[in-house]
Every structure is written in C-alpha cells, then in structure tokens.
Design a protein. Sequence first.
Length: 205
Amino acid sequence: MSRHDRDKYVFVNLANIEEKWRSQFAWQREEDNDNFNLGYDYGSIMHIRSPENTEIEIEIVSFSKYHAIEGCPNAGVEIKTNENHQLTGYRFCSASAAGTKLRSFTNRVPIITWNRVSESRVVLRYRQVSKDEPRSTTLGSEARRIIQPPTTFAPPPPVQENKCEDRPECPIHIANGFCYRKGITYEQRKTYCPRGCHLCGSRGF
C-alpha cells in the first residue's frame, strides 16, 4: 500500500483509517521503494479479468498437502466466482480439491490466498468462456449437456439403514453447488451428501 505508484490504481481515504494505523498507508518515493518490477497487487488479492461479455472458468490444478483443516485457518485459497464479490467465495485447502472447476458470473474473479503455518502452494488454471456457452455440469447422469468430463463416483459403500453420513469427498461437491444445482437428483444427494445437504430425517432416513 506504500508503493510509489499506488495512486495510479487506488485512492486511500485516510478518513476511514484510525490515526494509529495511518503510518501503515504512508506513500513512499520511488527512490525508497523497489517493487522488483512487479505489477500492482490490490491488497494481496489477484484479480483475474477477461474481456467484456465473457466469463471465467477456473480449475484447481493442485494444492499443498497437510493443510486440510475445516475452515482452512492455516492456509488456503478463496475463489470468488459468486455474482456478488462482497460475499465469501469458495474456500479450498485440501490436496483433494485438485480438478475442481468453478465458473464466474462476471468477467472478473478475485482470488485470495493466505498462509499462517508452514508453506503452501496452489496452482490454478483459468480460461475465458463466452457468456453464451452453456454452463457445464460435472455431476449426475441427467445433465442436459456435458462440456467437461463428468465427475465419476465409486459405487457407494453399503450403508446401514437409517444411517445418515456424508462421503469423504462431500465438502468439495457441496462447495460446487451439489445440494441445489440442477441436474442432480434427490437420490444422488441422499446417497453422497445427506448430512451436508440437510436431508437427514427426510424420507428414506
């Protein structure tokens, strides 16, 4: 925030900053500030932007092991493909997230990474797509049109009657809209993620 070129990109309203913190936003001269030829980074958030009338598809290629903790407190990546970027995006911190694909509703996607413990590494792949291109469905056999190879599931293990438990891969599927997305049947939700989709106590359980 103290870069010599920051005023070309953002406006710092000091009236909104407590006086004791204002020194953290002090502008620095070019002679005192070496940016190592790196472009401006909006608050450690990378904005991926594509041309107008396009959207962005993002795939998680890989994420470091040993960070998979519920809530991702130690390290993670948040991908805001939501229509409203002020809302919390989809958060990932598990190596099992590799292969997950998200598609935006606009031509901009904020991506936030954080790290509190040890080191982490996330690799993303992204591409622009036309707004007219149908949204692909990666789960379920009833998808009207499948653009990407469908996510395959191993046959569910035998379960005892009246047992309501999610399968291990459920958090990733739920983050991708598994519980409400069209093309996924009630039976599929009940089979794979009954607890996460709040189906425990419904018919059949």
